[in-house]
Design a protein around this ligand. Structure first.
Ligand SMILES: [Zn+2]
Ligand SMILES: [Zn+2]
Length: 429
C-alpha cells in the first residue's frame, strides 16, 4: 500500500499491476501495511484465491488490516463532514474480514505449492514478528530455478525475534534496499540510551513520552524496559502503553512464542515477557484521560509513531511545555510531521490548534530500526552468495532512489550484477 500525499497514493493504490484474473496466488512476506495493506482491496475487486503467510503474519494481519479499514472508513467520514469532499474508502471492514478467510498459515521452512511447478518456502527475515524471506522454486520441464525474494530484511540482535536467515542456493534475487545508503546505531547502544533517558527523566520527576508505532516498536520497548527493570538499570516507575492497537498486537505476540529468539536470556527465563508489575495497558479513553491527572515520573508509550494522530497528541499537548519531561523519539520521522518538528526542536508545537512551547527535553535514539542497514544488507547478500554458485542477478526494490543507487554501486564494485528495476518491469530468469 502506498502512503503519503492523498491524491498520489489514491491513484497508485487503485491501480493493480496485473488483472485480477491473472493472479493465481498471493504470497505475503510480513504484516507491515506497506506490504499487506492492499490485500483487502484485491479482495474487494474480486480476488478469491489463497493468500499465504506465516502463522504470526496471519494473526498480525487480522489486527492490522482491521485497523487499516477502520482508519479509511473514519477518514472518508471526516472528509465528507468537514470538507464536503467525498472519497470512497479503498475498502471496508468486511473486505478486511474476507481477506482473513483467504489467508492460510504455513510454518517457516515448510515448502508449499502455490501453483503447479512453483513451490515456495518461508525463511526467517528477522524484521518483525512473523516476517519472512520467500524462497521460490520454479520447475519447467527438467529445468529448476530458485528465486529468492528477501522481503524486508531485519537486523541481528533485535529484541524478541530471531536473526535473519539468508536463504541458500539462489539463481536470482529480489532484494530490499531501504537503508542502502546508511548505517544505524547498534541495537545494544539503543537499549543503553533508553535506560539513560529513563534514569535522567525520573531523577527530574518528569515523564518520558514516547511516540511509537503500535505494532512491533511498542512491544520492543516494553520488552527492553522489562529487561532493564529486571537488571535494576532503571528506577521502578510506572509504564503506560496507551493504545488499543498496541494492546491487541501484544496479544498476538504472546500467541507466537514459536517465533521468539531462544538465544535471548529473557525469552528463556521469563514466562510473561510483556506483563510485569510496572506495566499498564490502557484500552479505553477514560483510562487514557486519567493519565493526565497522575503525578510523579512515568513512561507513556502511545501511537502514532510520527505523532501525527492518536493518543500521543494528548500527552504531548499536556507535557511538551514541562522542562522535567523528555520526548523520546525512537523511529523515523518524515518531513512535515509533528515528530519531525520535535526532532528539530521547534520552539513552538502546534497541537489541536493550540501553540505549545517545547520546553521538554528531546532525545533521539536511532538504533531501534527494524531494517538492516547498508552493512547488514551487504552481509546478508554475501551470505546468500556463499551458497549460490549460479547466482545471476540481484534486483533492488523497496528503497528511495538514493539508497538504491548507493547500494547498487557498492554491490557492483564487489562483483555482483545489480539492477534497480522500475515498477512493472518483467524479468525472465
Ligand atoms: Zn516491513
Ligand atoms: Zn516494507
Amino acid at each position: 500500500m502506498f502512503q503519503g500525499k492523498r491524491s498520489d497514493a489514491e491513484q497508485k493504490n487503485r491501480t493493480l499491476p496485473v488483472p485480477i484474473a491473472d493472479i493465481d496466488s498471493v504470497v505475503l512476506s510480513h504484516a507491515h501495511i506497506d506490504h499487506s495493506g492492499r490485500l483487502p482491496y484485491l479482495v474487494a475487486e474480486g480476488y478469491s484465491k489463497t493468500i499465504w503467510a506465516t502463522a504470526a503474519t496471519r494473526d498480525l494481519s487480522a489486527v492490522m488490516l482491521a485497523d487499516s479499514a477502520h482508519i479509511q472508513e473514519k477518514d472518508a467520514e471526516f472528509l465528507a463532514k468537514h470538507k464536503k469532499d467525498f472519497i470512497q474508502p479503498l475498502y471496508a471492514m468486511r473486505h478486511a474480514v474476507r481477506t482473513m478467510e483467504l489467508m492460510v498459515a504455513v510454518p517457516y521452512n515448510k515448502p508449499f505449492d502455490v501453483v503447479p511447478g512453483v513451490r515456495c518456502s518461508y525463511v526467517d527475515a528477522g524484521h518483525i514478528l512473523g516476517s519472512a524471506s520467500v524462497v521460490v522454486d520454479c520447475v519447467e520441464g527438467d529445468v529448476s530455478k530458485r528465486l529468492v525474494f528477501s522481503g524486508d530484511i531485519g537486523r541481528s540482535g533485535l529484541a524478541i525475534i530471531r536473526d535473519p536467515v539468508p536463504p541458500a542456493g539462489a539463481d536470482e534475487i529480489i532484494m530490499e534496499s531501504t537503508y542502502g545508503d546508511r548505517d544505524h546505531e547498534s541495537v545494544d547502544g539503543a537499549r543503553a540510551r533508553l535506560a539513560e533517558v529513563v534514569r535522567q527523566t525520573a531523577a527530574r520527576g518528569g515523564r518520558v513520552l514516547i511516540p511509537a508505532f503500535a505494532v512491533g516498536r511498542t512491544q520492543e520497548l516494553v520488552y527492553n524496559l522489562h529487561s532493564l527493570v529486571r537488571e535494576s538499570a532503571i528506577p521502578s516507575i510506572p509504564i503506560f502503553v496507551d493504545s488499543p492497537l498496541a494492546v491487541d498486537t501484544t496479544t498476538v505476540f504472546e500467541m507466537h512464542p514459536e517465533t521468539f529468539d531462544e538465544s535471548e536470556d529473557m525469552v528463556r527465563k521469563v514466562k510473561d515477557l510483556f506483563e510485569f508489575p510496572l506495566v499498564h495497558y490502557t484500552r479505553d479513553v477514560e483510562e487514557s484521560k486519567a493519565l493526565a491527572h497522575m503525578s510523579g515520573p512515568m513512561i507513556i508509550i502511545a501511537a502514532s509513531g510520527m505523532a501525527e494522530a492518536g493518543r500521543i497528541l494528548h500527552h504531548l499537548a499536556q507535557g511538551a511545555s514541562d522542562p522535567r519531561n523528555t520526548i523520546l523519539i525512537v523511529g523515523f520521522q518524515a518531513e512535515h510531521t509533528l515528530g519531525r518538528r520535535i526532532v528539530e526542536k521547534a520552539p513552538i508545537l502546534k497541537i489541536f490548534g493550540d501553540e505549545i512551547p517545547l520546553r521538554a527535553h528531546v532525545e533521539v535514539i536511532n538504533g531501534y530500526s527494524a531494517h538492516a542497514d547498508r552493512t547488514e544488507l551487504r552481509s546478508w547478500l554475501d551470505a546468500v552468495k556463499v551458497t549460490s554458485p549460479k547466482l545471476s542477478s540481484v534486483h533492488l526494490v523497496h528503497g528511495e532512489p538514493r539508497a538504491q543507487d548507493e547500494l547498487q554501486t557498492t554491490l557492483i564494485a564487489k562483483g555482483y550484477s545489480v539492477t534497480c528495476p522500475n515498477p512493472h518491469t518483467r524479468i525472465a530468469f
